[in-house]
Design a protein around this ligand. Structure first.
Ligand code: FE
Ligand code: FE
Ligand code: ZN
Length: 278
């Protein structure tokens, strides 16, 4: 069974998001743990959560992927920004445990001029300070496109962070197709080669989720501009290869494509399901 969904707002509750994803043919979704601007978080709403669980059970939904606010930066040269990031991570990890969510996705951060070495260590320090021995979920580091001073622009930088963690077994990676393509990994012409490299540097067992996005920018442009599937430089054939690849076909996959309404995602989910053979 293809595990497919898209990024959704939970402003109107989890139950509504669950119903929305079912209405467009998906079986999982991603949402922000809190507003990326201002970091505001919804109050814990047990009634809504229980109603969502019922929708999930009735429709065989796969647990959602929770995305950290992308504005949070564990590697900033500004100590106040780093402290804020730690506070937010700590609160988010508590919330993850409360809801029993398995997967939390995080952009590693940006070193803001301090260099990769310092940045990588700061990210590891923040995660070591906030992830406790009893944390049950898995935190995914997302591979980035390589713009500005973003960390995680290649497999080596992700590996360097993982190597510095106290509990590496509580961490994994999320592969964003737009980001890796922009970062210079040729998933269009050599998907097997890219996966072999990922296996060698990080380990394929660490790969826990995919973000499916086409790229408005060409190969190795180091720019992060998502396009609808088939409307960018990656192209539909590559997405059909990805969803059916023996090493990827069982992973949960999330669209973060630019659409104004659910209909755009519905079309993409329908196309992907039609081309899923496994
Ligand atoms: Fe992301
Ligand atoms: Fe992404
Ligand atoms: Zn992106």
């Amino acid at each position: 069974m293809l595990k497919i969904g898209c990024h959704l707002s939970i402003a109107k509750g989890l139950k509504k998001a669950g119903k929305d994803i079912v209405s467009i043919g998906g079986n999982t979704f991603q949402f922000f743990s809190r507003n990326p601007q201002g970091f505001k978080q919804k109050e814990y709403d047990e009634k809504d959560y229980l109603a969502y669980l019922k929708v999930a059970e009735d429709n065989n939904l796969v647990p959602p992927l929770v995305h950290a606010p992308y504005t949070l930066n564990c590697a900033s040269k500004d100590e106040r920004v780093r402290e804020l990031a730690k506070m937010i991570l700590e609160a988010d990890f508590k919330r993850m445990a409360l809801y029993n969510y398995p997967l939390y996705n995080l952009h590693p951060g940006a070193h803001t001029g301090q260099g990769v070495e310092v940045g990588v260590q700061l990210v590891a320090d923040s995660l070591n300070a906030t992830v406790s021995a009893d944390y049950k979920g898995t935190i995914l580091l997302e591979l980035m496109a390589g713009k500005g001073s973003d960390l995680g622009r290649n497999f080596g930088e992700i590996k360097a962070i993982l190597e510095r963690l106290n509990y590496p077994e509580k961490f994994g990676v999320c592969l964003d197709t737009c980001h890796v393509f922009a970062a210079g990994y040729d998933i269009v012409n050599d998907l097997d080669g890219v996966l072999a490299l990922l296996d060698k540097e990080i380990g394929l067992d660490k790969l826990k989720a995919l973000h499916l996005n086409d790229s408005k920018m060409p190969f190795a442009s180091y720019k992060d501009r998502h396009a609808a599937l088939g409307e960018g430089y990656i192209g539909l054939e590559t997405f059909y290869k990805i969803i059916n690849h023996p090493l990827l076909k069982d992973l949960p996959m999330y669209l973060e494509t630019p659409h104004d309404d659910l209909a755009g995602y519905a079309k993409e989910i329908c196309l992907l399901k039609e081309h899923y053979n496994a």
